[in-house]
Design a protein around this ligand. Structure first.
Ligand SMILES: Cc1cc2nc3c(=O)[nH]c(=O)nc-3n(C[C@H](O)[C@H](O)[C@H](O)COP(=O)(O)O)c2cc1C
Length: 182
């Protein structure tokens, strides 16, 4: 299959996740176009792909503008193709029902805002990337870690992405994509 995998990232974890997903799909023999959403995406023609995956991370409840722009501009094709949204956040790492409801609401808002209403959403845990934060973000994320009882070490990144679970998600996604093409 020819698959477009477009990602938006602020501190880099979603890029790492997208690279992992691409490598996993390639084990099926798929041809994967891995595209950073901040690159020029206007010339992308979705008609040339069999399926599309968009990965983006949440910051203050919203995904990257570049991803919103792409999804809005391509919503009608995204609704017709087998497609999925990989939503990366820290709330996805926990079990707090309010947090989980919150990230589901963010994805729903994105679907309404962009018109990509068929998006099949997968919530994936991201990372604390202290090495990428400025002073203010570092302080804020330390408070969040403390509130959530997550032990962080000064100046060290903490990855919460469950790679095994992500691999299982990709297998299921791939099976659904292949099924839709029949
Ligand atoms: C300033 C800031 C705001 C964030 N806001 C949220 C949020 O609203 N909900 C959430 O669950 N995680 C939030 N996060 C956590 C990020 O989604 C998480 O760190 C993710 O791994 C970032 O992915 P990226 O490195 O690809 O940008 C926030 C992180 C930062 C630094």
């Amino acid at each position: 299959m020819k698959i477009l995998l477009l990602y938006g990232t602020t501190e880099g974890q979603t890029r790492k996740i997208a690279e992992f997903v691409a490598a996993k799909l390639e084990t099926y023999g798929d041809s994967v176009a891995l595209v950073d959403a901040t690159a020029s995406t206007d010339s992308i023609d979705l008609r040339t792909y069999d399926a599309v995956i968009v990965a983006a991370s949440l910051h203050a409840g919203v995904y990257q503008n570049s991803v919103i722009h792409f999804a809005t501009a391509n919503s009608s094709w995204l609704n017709q193709l087998p497609s999925a949204l990989i939503s990366v956040s820290l709330s996805a790492a926990g079990t707090d029902p309010d947090d989980l409801k919150g990230i589901a609401a963010c994805a729903d808002r994105f679907k309404t805002q962009t018109g990509w209403t068929s998006a099949d959403v997968h919530q994936i845990a991201g990372a604390f990337r202290f090495t990428e934060y400025d002073f203010f973000k570092r302080w804020m994320m330390k408070v969040i870690a403390w509130e959530k009882n997550v032990k962080v070490e000064p100046g060290k990144d903490l990855e919460l992405t469950n790679w095994e679970a992500l691999a299982t998600t990709v297998d299921a996604l791939r099976a659904r994509f292949a099924d839709k093409r029949k």
